[in-house]
Ligand binder design. Structure first.
Ligand SMILES: O=P(O)(O)OC[C@@H](O)[C@@H](O)c1c[nH]c2ccccc12
Length: 277
């Protein structure tokens, strides 16, 4: 694919079933008039990839003020929340920028990037949104994110073009899948980092067996990239099914709603003692 092709997805209107479909159509309207011009390639720092590739299970902690399944979770100060998560051991941050259902904003992402910029260690930030337009990736790069979420449930096979665009803009991409068919698409697209969502975003139901099952599928198919288990983790025992197979775990609601973000982040990664398993 030539860089000129990367601007082609802009005119597409994506659709999806259920709750996901509603959010996709809202985001499509939000970006209907957005202009996007492909600039020169930006260098890829690969900070997000590097952080997740470190030895042991890594924590991506999410700044999440609300969700469609829970409604309001907590009133968070994004910068303070991010610093608490890092003190608790998070190696990456995820920041929702979707405004209507997740209480996210561009400002929240910018504030987190600024707060983390003062630290001695680089803590990369993921833009968490429902990407349906190339402009959203350009924004992520401009706002200082290291990575962006790309959902196969929305983009289908176009995820390959979006992946190339993310890389062109200097971003890593977390390519999210939920089932086998989506995993095939992510693998064919050449995803370097695949996230398996335990939540079915069309029904909002959680199945904690989904990540271990899909991670096993990916490895059996010969995938050697990074794998992230996503959603529904509330206590250390929940993590046991993916502790030795996933590279990272993405946790939002249970941390954000805990009242003590640092302690909750530290606790979730703790190996439970025998009796608790
Ligand atoms: O709050 P939880 O259950 O810990 O989940 C975090 C994260 O996985 C979830 O927010 C998420 C995963 N994929 C998404 C796509 C869009 C919006 C949100 C998400």
């Amino acid at each position: 694919m030539t860089p000129a092709d990367l601007s082609s997805p802009r005119s597409k209107a994506y659709t999806a079933p259920g709750v996901l479909g509603r959010i996709v159509s809202e985001r499509t309207q939000d970006y209907a008039g957005a202009s996007f011009t492909l600039g020169a390639a930006r260098p890829r720092a690969r900070h997000f990839h590097t952080a997740l590739a470190a030895a042991g299970l890594q924590l991506i902690a999410e700044v999440k003020g609300a969700s469609p399944s829970q409604g309001a979770i907590a009133k968070l100060d994004p910068a303070a929340a991010a610093l608490s998560y890092v003190r608790g051991g998070a190696s990456c941050l995820s920041v929702l920028t979707e405004p209507r259902h997740f209480d996210g904003s561009a400002e929240a992402l910018r504030q987190v990037v600024a707060a983390l910029g003062n630290l001695a260690v680089k803590v990369p930030v993921l833009r968490k949104d429902f990407v349906i337009h190339p402009k959203m990736l350009q924004e992520a790069a401009d706002w200082g994110a290291s990575a962006a979420l790309l959902m196969v449930s929305i983009l289908g096979p176009d995820v390959g073009e979006y992946l190339q665009l993310a890389h062109h803009l200097g971003l890593d991409a977390l390519v999210e899948v939920h089932d086998e068919a989506e995993l095939e698409v992510a693998l064919a697209a050449g995803a370097e980092i695949i996230g398996v969502n335990n939540r079915d975003l069309t029904t909002l139901k959680i199945d904690l067996h989904n990540s271990p099952r899909m991670i096993a599928h990916a490895r059996a198919a010969g995938y050697e990239g990074l794998l992230v288990a996503e959603s529904g983790y509330a206590m250390p025992a929940d993590i046991s099914t993916i502790r030795r197979s996933a590279d990272a775990v993405l946790v939002g609601s249970s941390l954000a709603g805990s009242g003590d973000l640092e302690r909750a982040a530290r606790a979730i990664l703790q190996e439970p003692t025998q009796g608790e398993k």
